[in-house]
Design a protein around this ligand. Structure first.
Ligand code: SF4
Length: 434
């Protein structure tokens, strides 16, 4: 039984699963270098796909969270001109054939904190996206925000320009947890503010929660699930705390100021508490890190990425793909490489697994008969090990344990398909994860 045997390593995020997939197929991030002239050529071509999204990055925050090492810095005077820079970039890109020939199905404004702009600056950026870029009539338009940055005035702009999905970094409703993670305001204030946003915002209201932070009790986990359900949010993203080198939290732990030791089992218990409570509260699994009320969140931006779609990157820190070019705008400038297509077909199936589609028919459609056979062999093992179970419709669905181990399962299954072996190895009973 696989659960008794277990896995030696839990891949926590889709980044881990993608890295492992690249290793399995021997693909590099870039198949070869490319030059700005290659981008110019691409921009004059006809788009290769209708799966298209925009990713716009705002690398500024007014308060830095203790756990975060994302591409962001504290706001300074350069923020004022950044809205104009974004507007100019969007306008310049929009004049090119590759950009304006086909509508974008999703826009994702991430960061940092895109709502850190003053209202007038935020309006410049929203207006630029709306007026310059071809957007599908039913475009999914997401903006990330913190609660303290999203004023009523800014919210009105979001609704006016067509933003229909707000992703809020709440992390926890526990006052102690919020202080530890560097979040502003109390848990009660956060819940009240989300309730107000729920009244005012008709689109998808999504929040992030972090579990397994230092000394988080099971009661705190349960209280987070209860508060999320009561606030009326549409989806909840669940992330196990990662302690990244370079974060303030890692420094406190490294200095011995904060004690933080945990096992995979400690992590699993907190994860499963959240997943089970949200399921009981009317949420279904949408994707390995996301539970949603039925029909209230599609997460189309990520689906486009898993479909190997085009993603137009805008702004410092943004990455994307146009045609066969992978692009990344860093502080040092634009990095361009040719996409390594060896992993694309498997990446499609990885996307299916991320959205919980454990199905030999899906594998056959993506990868052919031999892959489907390997999946048919693996599924009963996963079911016997407690990672999958039959749902009401008769289809296999991930159990809470299956969701917890979801990225590891995906790597295991891809390993069986690509190399004829998986990632399952005997595990020690108490694996440390920090
Ligand atoms: S978690 Fe979000 S709000 Fe906090 S520092 Fe990182 S990007 Fe900024």
């Amino acid at each position: 039984m696989m659960r008794r045997k277990g896995f030696t390593e839990r891949f926590r995020s889709h980044h881990d699963a993608k890295r492992e997939l690249r290793k399995l197929v021997g693909a590099d991030r870039y198949a070869s270098r490319a030059e700005p002239a290659d981008l110019e050529l691409t921009l004059d071509r006809v788009p290769r796909t209708e799966q298209r999204a925009v990713y716009l990055h705002v690398p500024y925050c007014d308060k830095l969270c203790s756990f975060c090492t994302m591409n962001r810095c504290r706001v300074d005077e350069s923020l004022r001109s950044y809205a104009e820079e974004l507007d100019e970039t969007i306008a310049a890109r929009s004049s090119r054939a590759y950009i304006n020939a086909t509508p974008f199905r999703a826009v994702y404004m991430g960061g940092g904190t895109p709502t850190v702009f003053a209202p007038a600056e935020l309006e410049v950026v929203l207006s630029s996206v709306r007026s310059h870029l071809p957007l599908a009539d039913d475009v999914e338009w997401t903006i990330e925000t913190t609660l303290h940055n999203l004023t009523d005035e800014k919210l009105a702009f979001l609704v006016e320009y067509g933003v229909n999905r707000i992703s809020i970094g709440v992390q926890t409703f526990s006052d102690r947890g919020r202080r530890l993670l560097g979040r502003s305001g109390s848990g009660e204030w956060a819940a009240t503010r989300i309730g107000e946003l729920r009244e005012a915002f008709p689109g998808s209201l999504c929040i992030d929660l972090i579990y397994s932070y230092p000394d988080q009790s099971e009661d705190e986990v349960a209280a987070d699930a209860t508060a999320a359900i009561a606030c009326g949010v549409d989806s909840v993203s669940l992330y196990s705390l990662m302690v990244h080198d370079g974060s303030a939290l890692a420094a406190r732990i490294g200095d011995g100021e904060l004690r933080f030791e945990r096992t995979t089992e400690w992590d699993r218990v907190r994860h499963n508490l959240l997943v089970t409570a949200l399921r009981d509260g009317g949420f279904d699994l949408l994707e390995l890190t996301k539970m949603a009320r039925p029909g209230r969140d599609e997460y189309r931006y990520i689906r486009v990425r898993y479909l190997n779609g085009d993603v137009l990157p805008i702004g410092q820190g943004a990455g994307g793909r146009l045609g066969d070019l992978e692009l990344h705008y860093s502080r040092a400038g634009l990095m361009i490489g040719r996409a390594d297509s060896r992993h694309d077909r498997y990446h499609l199936f990885l996307g299916d697994l991320q959205f919980g589609r454990y199905d030999a028919g899906v594998a056959r459609a993506r990868l052919g008969d031999e892959a489907a056979l390997r999946v048919e062999h693996a599924l009963p093992e996963y079911e016997a090990a407690g990672y999958l179970r039959r749902g009401a419709s008769g289809a296999l669905e991930l159990t809470p344990d299956g969701v917890f181990w979801g990225n590891t399962l995906a790597v295991d299954l891809l390993g069986r398909i690509i190399e004829g072996n998986g990632a399952a190895r005997p595990a020690p009973s108490e694996e440390r994860t920090v």
